[in-house]
Design a protein around this ligand. Structure first.
Ligand code: SAM
Length: 236
């Protein structure tokens, strides 16, 4: 895939890219489109749209927060967004990609192999189940999630994975602001607080996006997350 749009957009934000990173984005784009013909990975298939709505959007947090060398879990990563673009830009990050659909995990493994990415763990399962495993619970410095569920539900998925003082970066559309007030109860129960938000516009793409920074202030009570399916059925 020709990723010159991504290169130019990043240059306009004073973010550089090595030849190796450009090659990895190009390979990733090719794999995404070819596997998409056989399985449902994305509705966005036009090159500029992939560069902006998938790659650039995924990378945006690096403008606002230092993620290099940190541990991060991407919940409901699907075809790898935002986890894979973040890993390409920040190769020293230790990244875990989690998704409930096995076929998407097979695609992700192929991407990791072809792009020769290291320190990437792929987990097939539901966030509610995996967050109860000792090697995942309260282990990560950062969690991310995009286009998976409303914020109150997402918080129950993501916050149990974080260490105290860790941060959940929730990627949202700007028209989802009502989700924030709706999530206050969940934040309180789960020991977290929204401390910051950053709005940005992707070139030529409406509406504005918003990134919420939800900081974990205290350990999550053992009771959470509740059993699989319950957070979405009965949000906190
Ligand atoms: N994050 C990607 C993106 O922004 O393109 C994928 C978004 S896709 C609409 C939602 C993904 O979340 C799907 O791949 C689905 O399997 C996954 N998902 C939904 N609920 C989940 C859960 N409870 N645990 C793990 N994955 C989940």
């Amino acid at each position: 895939m020709d990723i010159s749009v991504l290169k130019d957009d990043l240059a306009a934000l004073s973010i550089g890219m090595t030849d190796r990173q450009a090659e990895q984005f190009s390979q990733y784009g090719d794999l995404l489109l070819s596997w998409n013909e056989r399985m449902n990975l994305t509705r966005i298939v036009e090159t500029t749209a992939v560069c902006r709505q998938h790659f650039l959007d995924s990378i945006m947090p690096i403008r606002y927060v230092k993620l290099d060398g940190k541990s991060l879990i991407d919940i409901g990563t699907g075809a790898g967004f935002p986890g894979i673009p973040l890993k390409i830009m920040l190769p020293d990050m230790k990244i875990t990609l989690l998704d409930a659909l096995d076929k998407r995990c097979r695609f992700l493994q192929e991407v990791v192999n072809q792009l020769e990415l290291t320190e990437v763990t792929i987990i097939h399962g539901r966030a509610e189940d995996i967050a109860r495993q000792e090697d995942c619970r309260q282990q990560f410095e950062f969690a991310t999630s995009r286009a998976v569920a409303r914020l109150s539900i997402l918080s129950e998925y993501a916050i149990p994975f974080l260490r105290t003082n860790g941060t959940f970066l929730a990627y949202k559309l700007d028209d989802s602001k009502s989700e924030l007030s709706e999530s206050e109860n969940a934040f309180r129960i789960l020991g977290a607080e929204c401390t910051k938000s950053e709005s940005y516009l992707l070139p030529g793409v409406e509406p504005e996006r918003i990134l919420y920074f939800i900081d974990k202030k205290s350990p999550t009570p053992d009771k959470y997350p509740r059993r699989a399916g319950l957070p979405s059925k009965k949000p906190l």
